[in-house]
Write a protein that binds this ligand. Structure first.
Ligand code: TNX
Length: 553
């Protein structure tokens, strides 16, 4: 079966069909500038296209660079004689290749070309470019570690949806996930725990008795970065400080606001009071760790430093920290929290990297103007950040937290709460129409979050991420809620995901083996309602206080 131009996802800006098809035959080649040819060949790896010999004009695909098209943009013209691609840059050529892959039979998503496949694409013309420059997915590899192969596969999945940012949450109370040669106890001690809780919110605590852990070596990070770059994906590392610090402090308690030898990598969820000291020694320590990560990843245009969910009690209780706060002329621990994050953002700026923070860091003020804000507590705080001149990536709990269940049903595998449906994601407007033009211009993108308290493995990751991620890709590319014809395009797209081997959640509900069963992974619907949660978070952002009480367990 040959799919037409109207089965593409995300939907291109302009597409026109003309009669006929072009068929790729064995030995087909691509001509054009080397970097663009490489990008097209990578997207169409299943066709095993050869780079055309210089001077030959028999190439099946001819690629030209057209700087006038702008970043990530491309045009394709398909006639019975061949394919012509114009791209603004390497990413544009890569995306042109991804679009052609969608026009091929779904076998183009298998790891090897099946004999007998007719590699034909329909004739026509496309002109395409993204509305938003940050089209992201966040992966929490701290709560539950995902091995490197899952991260690489996630990059494949982002690439085929024209998503271009992978935000890696590399540390939390429950684990530190990257090698440090300067501070080796971080990965030796911080990367594993003896057991993990299986209880839900206010239930009696219960544990699985199974050790859990893992970390990426710096060489793994270099590999992940190179793999991502080739696929037009930018890795955004996150070292979440100064809160969520139990794993760091289990390794190096001397960096605690309240030094003690009792810190452990946590085996349960929720917000812990473990917090780093803001004193210069901590800044030096983090600078060294940032340098190791930047050194491994190479180009790091954005570095996320967290700033969320900080319990500042230990700062207020420490005479040394209070004296430091006073010396800096700061009135409250919340001001010191802002100062500390700004100090780290300055360190990053010296390394040509822009800081990204969760919105609490914005609420306490004093950020560098070039710091990007992720308003997870909703569009109200996002608007305040945009009005203050910050670039904003829309990351609201509703509907961008894909750790919430798709249905309030005991058939679902255990989720953090209810409910964020595919339709909720599809209806989301990342750039609110009621904002001023200046505020709207500062929304650079949208991103879905895969917090992993209830995502223990890659199979569950597939289930939670797709097809909601398909809808997210669509709104990220177009900058607006999805159009009516989404369902038909998604149906075609799910056949591609089947061929790729993705264990997505069927829109009609889980397959029998995807259900939570009768044990601890059975979902308990109705305990946490995301709309209720958003109301609560909204109230919190109304107060000037940057901290918030516990909402998880
Ligand atoms: C809030 S969003 C968190 C995470 C949790 C998540 C669960 C944010 C900055 N903090 O630590 O994993 O809720 O949905």
């Amino acid at each position: 079966m040959i799919w037409g131009m109207d089965h593409l996802l995300p939907r291109p800006r302009v597409s026109e069909s003309t009669p006929g098809v072009f068929e790729f035959v064995p030995g087909s080649s691509v001509s054009g500038p080397a970097a663009l040819v490489d990008a097209v060949r990578l997207s169409l790896a299943v066709l095993d296209l050869r780079p055309a010999e210089a001077g030959a004009d028999t190439a099946a695909v001819r690629v030209v660079e057209d700087a006038g098209l702008g970043p990530e943009a491309y045009e394709i013209e398909i006639t019975a004689e061949g394919v012509r691609i114009a791209a603004g840059d390497r990413a544009g050529a890569f995306y042109a290749g991804q679009t052609l892959r969608q026009l091929l039979p779904a076998e183009a998503y298998r790891a090897a070309a099946l004999p007998g496949t007719v590699w034909a694409v329909p004739c026509g013309r496309l002109a395409d470019a993204p509305a938003l420059s940050w089209r992201g997915a966040h992966l929490d590899v701290a709560r539950n570690f995902l091995p490197k192969r899952e991260v690489l596969r996630m990059i494949d999945m982002l690439a085929l949806h024209k998503l271009n940012r992978l935000h890696l949450h590399l540390v939390d109370d429950q684990g530190w996930r990257v090698e440090s040669r300067a501070y080796p106890l971080l990965h030796e001690i911080g990367s594993h725990r003896d057991q993990t809780t299986t209880s839900y919110y206010r239930e009696e605590p219960a544990f699985d008795g199974v050790p859990h852990g893992g970390y990426y070596t710096l060489t793994d990070l270099a590999e992940i970065s190179a793999y991502a770059t080739a696929r037009a994906v930018t890795v955004v590392p996150e070292i979440d400080v100064p809160g969520h610090a139990s794993a760091i402090l289990a390794a190096y308690p001397e960096f605690a606001a309240r030094p003690a030898d009792t810190y452990r990598v946590l085996d349960r969820w929720g917000i812990s009071p473990a917090i780093l000291s803001p004193l210069p020694a901590t800044v030096d320590f983090l600078t060294t760790v940032f340098d190791e990560i930047i050194g491994a990843l190479g180009d790091v245009p954005y570095f996320h430093i967290g700033g969320d969910e900080c319990v500042l009690d230990d700062w207020a209780a420490s005479a040394e920290i209070s004296a430091y706060q006073e010396k800096l002329g700061l009135a409250t621990p919340a001001d010191l929290h802002a100062w500390f994050l700004r100090r780290l953002a300055d360190v990053l700026a010296e390394r040509r990297s822009r800081a990204v923070v969760w919105d609490e860091a914005f609420v306490s003020g004093m950020l560098r103007q070039d710091t990007v804000v992720m308003p997870w507590r909703g569009p109200q705080v996002g608007r305040r950040a945009a009005a203050a001149g910050h670039e904003v990536v829309a990351t609201p709990v509703f509907p961008m937290y894909f750790d919430y269940a798709e249905a309030a049903s005991a058939e679902e595998p255990l989720a953090i709460g209810d409910t964020i449906t595919l339709a909720d994601v599809a209806a989301f407007a990342p750039v609110p129409s009621e904002w001023t033009v200046e505020e709207r211009d500062r929304v650079v993108g949208v991103q879905f979050q895969l917090w992993s308290e209830r995502i223990p493995d890659g199979r569950t990751l597939d289930y939670r991420a797709w097809p909601r991620g398909c809808a997210a890709a669509e709104i990220a590319w177009s900058g607006a809620p999805v159009s009516e014809c989404f369902t038909g395009r998604l149906d075609a797209h799910l056949v591609r995901l089947d061929a790729f081997g993705v264990e997505y959640r069927p829109p009609a509900g889980p397959r029998p083996w995807q259900r939570g069963g009768s044990g601890w992974r059975r979902h308990r619907p109705g305990v946490v309602d995301v709309q209720e949660m958003m109301r609560h978070l909204h109230e919190l952002t109304q107060s000037a206080d940057s901290t918030r009480p516990s909402t998880s367990s």
